[in-house]
Design a protein around this ligand. Structure first.
Ligand SMILES: [Zn+2]
Length: 80
């Protein structure tokens, strides 16, 4: 029991994700788009938001931005 080699899953998954993103943007051009309130990057409606009718409530491009914005707001409140 000496080998603790972990398979480089993260590395091998990256190119595939990029490929999928590049393909996805092509036929999503007609979809609704709005800027993320945290990072300012434009992002598009997603199936899971549209299906649940949540598009109007979605303000951030990702969960990371959402939690980052929430943490920032909490920090600002504490500082004042
Ligand atoms: Zn964002």
């Amino acid at each position: 029991m000496g080998s603790t080699k972990a398979p480089p899953n993260a590395l091998s998954a990256a190119p595939r994700t990029l490929e999928r993103m590049a393909r996805g943007t092509e036929h999503q051009a007609t979809r609704e788009q709005k800027p993320c309130e945290h990072c300012g990057r434009p992002f598009q409606d997603r199936k899971r938001w549209a299906g649940r009718d949540q598009w109007d409530e979605v303000r951030y491009c990702s969960r990371a931005c959402r939690s980052a914005a929430a943490a920032q707001r909490r920090r600002e409140r504490r500082a004042s």
